[in-house]
Design a binder for this molecule. Structure first.
Ligand code: MSP
Length: 664
């Protein structure tokens, strides 16, 4: 059987983060599972590069869009490698193979009369790359729950796509294919949306040039969503490519809930208009939110470096966390504490411990040689029966794109294996001559349990099978899905070793404390170096010459270019609240408002200000500083202050400037 699975193609306007990684890890687990089933899998991911916001971000970084996206795409590929993502193809929408297909399809739809020329007059949200009618705006801003940002008025000649013509056909498809949009909550949302009436969609822009040109009217570029959705077939070589013939229609398009609407409305209508079969399933998962309920996203400044996380905890642990924590139909909560909690309990205590405990006993009681088992007792029969039940349940969950449910099922088996150790108590059996055959059976069953666990978890944690196989002295040939509920596969006489813990327990405080100390120390050394150098300069000057107004100023740091300076995003921010951080005398926690968004900033000013002196003041915020944890609080930026010796004064700005105003 063939299995074609896709992720959305990501906007390379900023590096990927742990939230965006979820979709790709989930798709990877499904792809790996289907490969284990023996299916012929095609797994596609890529980047969506023709968006207006790419041009804006590139401009803000003073580079051309091409150079900018090349840099970010590299980061995406590095992250996917670090997370063991086994994609078969990575499509970039700036590639010719994609552009040709988009132009071909645009022309075809135009010639068919499904695309026509008119004028667009309405609003556009660039961060969401979405057109909005006036009556949909919320207080004049983008109505997307996750956005709420400013929209721009557009009035330009545009091409339109006749969505309205296909409304009934789409509703019929939804009625005939209940599985088309999943989970059911998203299907219901989409039904309501389509039933409320589809408007024709503006599908070209003339006010910027970055993008795919409309071939017969090149002052227009194709609307980025029309362009992006086509990647799912352009990557396969539509219309004549072998892969297209082999793999289309897609078995699953997996994505976050925010973009289900584009996939459930625009995409099927494009395909209907082209007389192409529709994908089988569009699956919309929830978002990863922070503990305080905000979506993890670059624009909110709450993103933690994914590479650092993978380095700390390993790709398997991060994959396990992401897949385990996002339940069907709901959002998941991400925090580093939660990652460590899952790692310590599920991976170190339950999984890792079983493996090391049981192998240690084979080593201790049988010199590491797997013994020949005797007769099964009730407990062995129970363990075996459960493996069969769990395997079926995992298959069902994965067919429903539910990796969290699948892992939950697998951990029922892991728990049963741990219980089996306690029930059989091999350390007691070892003491009795007449129990030696029973001990052989138990030890053999242990090793078989490890094999079954390695197979069941292989799609989720691909780094595990090679490590487990190394402990068993075998190659990865033992990872055969169909054998996850079969027993007696391993040969007795096998030499195993205890090896190292698969998942050593982590002490989270080692990171948070180290990070806080590092950040506070850095801030202090910077303060000290600055004031020390200033003092030294001052001392020297006082000794050698009287202070003169025109004396030449010697910078204490290396010279930077204007481009270096332009990298700083300095903003006016209004302090909404201030409170001292417990158990410190230096740190103050501030909630500041910048361009309508509230941020938390931890600042070393508590010795110099009372909280009430700060509230309602306008200060200068370094808004693009990498967030860091201070005393367990994620600080999203830094406010500027002047200081010398014991004196410190926060830079404050006239109130006529709103929060968000640029400081240059
Ligand atoms: N370029 C479009 C997709 C075009 S597909 C033809 C796009 N890109 S995106 O980079 O903004 O988002 C890509 C995916 O990442 C979306 O599915 C989105 O839901 C997902 N996520 C972004 N932040 C996320 C979380 N915090 N949590 C989970 N998924 C998240 O939209």
């Amino acid at each position: 059987m063939k299995y074609y699975i896709t992720t959305p193609i990501f906007y390379p306007n900023s590096s990927p983060h742990i939230g965006t990684a979820y979709t790709t890890v989930a798709a990877d687990a499904l792809a790996r599972y289907h490969r284990l089933l023996g299916d012929e899998v095609y797994f596609l991911t890529g980047t969506d590069e023709n968006a207006q916001k790419i041009v804006r971000t590139a401009e803000a970084n003073h580079v051309d869009p091409r150079t900018y996206v090349d840099g970010v795409v590299k980061r995406f590929k590095e992250l996917w490698k670090a997370l063991d993502i086994s994609y078969d193809d990575f499509i970039r929408t700036t590639e010719e193979r994609h552009q040709n297909v988009v132009q071909q399809i645009f022309t075809k739809l135009y010639e068919k009369g499904d695309i026509y020329k008119s004028e667009y007059s309405g609003w556009y949200c660039t961060p969401c790359e979405t057109f909005w009618l006036e009556n949909k705006l919320v207080e004049g801003k983008c109505p997307n729950v996750d956005c709420g940002r400013d929209v721009e008025l557009l009035k330009e000649e545009s091409y339109f796509f006749r969505l309205s013509k296909y409304q009934d056909a789409l509703l019929k498809h939804l009625a005939d294919h209940l599985e088309f949009i999943q989970p059911v909550s998203r299907r219901n949302e989409m039904l309501r949306f389509i039933e409320s009436g589809l408007e024709d969609l503006c599908v070209s822009r003339t006010t910027f040039q970055w993008g795919i040109k409309v071939p017969f009217d090149p002052k227009h570029v194709v609307y980025v969503w029309l362009d992006a959705l086509i990647n799912y077939i352009s990557a396969l070589g539509y219309p004549d490519g072998e892969n297209y013939k082999r793999y289309w229609p897609a078995d699953v398009h997996i994505m976050g809930k925010d973009i289900v609407r584009f996939h459930a409305v625009i995409w099927p209508i494009i395909l209907m208009a082209l007389d192409i079969p529709l994908p089988k399933v569009i699956y919309g998962h929830g978002w990863y939110l922070t503990k305080d309920g905000g979506k993890i996203s670059k624009s909110r400044g709450n993103v933690q470096d994914s590479f650092e996380l993978i380095q700390r905890y390993g790709s398997d642990a991060i994959r396990y966390f992401l897949l385990r924590e996002m339940q069907v139909g709901t959002d998941g909560t991400y925090s580093e504490d939660n990652v460590v909690e899952r790692l310590n309990s599920d991976l170190a205590n339950d999984f890792g411990n079983f493996v090391s405990r049981s192998l240690a006993m084979v080593v201790k009681y049988r010199n590491g040689i797997v013994p020949c088992p005797g007769q099964d007792g009730v407990q062995e029969r129970e363990v075996k029966a459960l493996s069969n039940e769990v395997k079926k349940a995992v298959e069902k969950r994965l067919e429903a794109c539910d990796p969290a449910g699948a892992l939950e099922e697998i951990w029922r088996f892991v728990a049963r294996c741990n219980k089996y150790v306690d029930e059989t108590a091999p350390w007691v059996l070892a003491k009795h001559e007449e129990e030696q055959e029973h001990l052989d059976t138990v030890l053999y069953t242990f090793v078989e349990c490890i094999r079954v666990m390695a197979i069941l978890t292989a799609p989720f944690m691909p780094g595990l099978p090679p490590r487990i196989c190394a402990l068993l002295g075998l190659d990865e040939g033992i990872i055969r899905w169909e054998e996850a509920d079969q027993w007696g596969i391993l040969k007795h006489g096998l030499k195993v070793e205890k090896g190292e813990q698969l998942f050593p327990r982590i002490d989270i405080s080692q990171y948070t404390i180290a990070e806080e100390t590092k950040a506070v120390e850095q801030a202090q050394t910077q303060d000290q170096t600055i004031s020390k150098t200033q003092d030294q300069n001052q001392d020297q000057k006082e000794l050698t010459e009287p202070p003169a107004l025109c004396s030449e100023f010697e910078p204490i740091k290396e010279e930077i270019s204007i481009e270096d300076f332009a990298k700083l995003d300095l903003r006016v921010a209004k302090i909404l609240s201030a409170e001292k951080v417990e158990k410190t005398d230096k740190l103050m926690k501030l909630e500041v408002e910048v361009a309508g968004v509230v941020r938390t900033v931890v600042s070393g000013i508590a010795k110099h200000y009372a909280p009430e002196d700060l509230v309602n003041q306008y200060v200068v915020l370094v808004a693009n500083l990498k967030p860091t944890k201070l005393r367990g609080i994620m600080s999203q930026g830094m406010i500027l202050a002047a200081s010398q010796g014991e004196v410190l004064e926060v830079l404050m700005v006239n109130k006529d400037l709103p929060g968000g105003a640029l400081v240059k």
